[in-house]
Design a protein around this ligand. Sequence first.
Ligand code: SF4
Ligand code: SF4
Length: 432
Amino acid sequence: MDDFLRKHTDELGKCIECGACQAVCPVYRETLDESRVARGRMALMEAVLQGDLPLSDRLNEIVTSCIGCKACAASCPSGAGADFVNLLGKLHLADAKGLPFYQRLLSRQILSRPQVMAASARLLDLLGRRVYTPLTDLRLAHPFLPFVRDGKGRTVPKLGPGSRRERTPSCLPEGPIRGRIALVLGCGVELLFPETAAAAVETLTQRGIEVIVPPDQVCCGAPSLHMGDADTARKLVARNLEALSDPDVDAVVTLCATCGSTLKELTPRLFASEAASALSGKIHDLQAYLRQCPAPAEQAAETPDGPPLRVTYHEPCHLGRGMGVRDAPREILQNLPGIEYVEMQDADRCCGGGGLFSVSHYDLALKIGRHKVDGIRESEAQVVATACPACQLQLTDLLNREGVAIPVVHVVELMRRIHLLPKPEAESVCSR
Ligand code: SF4
Ligand code: SF4
């Protein structure tokens, strides 16, 4: 097994202890615990590397409490990537101490096996509300099932069948073909929001883009990595490199911010190879890709009757800070006919979702997310748009808890309802 921490020692010496990360770290803002802010995490990992710190349960708790929002890295004057260093710490700890049983099961037996994942989703959908919600009241079960301990009142999502990639191997546009892309669905979209995939395929083909949904694609590896399971993540990356390696596609388009940033930035950094770099160069977030492929002029949509729909946007951490995609979703929304776009306060502030973070640290996830609800409320929006299924899930739960009846949808879902004509970019990837 790789010693990832030792392999990336150059990342550790960058912190100059200025403390700028304190003001932006959502976990520190809620806990006021110095060991949980970027500066503290960097110091802890340095001590681990030098053998000065035992790999204790307390250390494990600190390391797993980083949501991976990248706010520290984005504001660090010295270029320290504490989110990455903390992830190296997770890999190091899991390698030395092993994964808890339920994480091993999830990572090795479910996430890496699409058929098992689809069957588990069906089972969870059947039992979810009936079993999970009563368990949150059963205090005796809490020590054994930490993910239900704080879950009282949680919105349990509807899980889909997860078979879209078998149903849509290729989707051809009706008119001339202007481009060809491979679509990465991601587990969240596939199991929770299949309508996002349908909207993406429809929007792309309307623009003359042939959409291939590679049937052998698997989970991007992010959940396994964030649990510390490098072995499974490496295997998933290898399978995706194979599944997404069609040389005849112009781009590999992602619908989920976390999948996009994992495939583009994180896995090539951890598992460097020529194939990983080549795939990284082809990864485009859907919004950024659509911005470069405007709809043909004849498809300009009419403005719907009635007053405009007030829409705000939550910027997923892994899209804005992870992939550097900030303007494209906003421009798409601003140009949608029938929509009045309003920027919420701190639109790029973490919602507290963080994929499995909101399962393992639900209480903290709710505290972090509370500020987001304030921003949404103040915006007086009627719809929240975003571009990450984990954020969608978390925001829906937060709003439901607060009794705020506002739908949270993927940007492309709004586009399906109201076709748009975005401003074209100078250079287009739709070159055919
Ligand atoms: S902002 Fe960067 S350099 Fe400053 S304390 Fe935080 S991690 Fe260290
Ligand atoms: S990634 Fe986010 S949660 Fe983790 S240390 Fe940085 S700012 Fe804090």
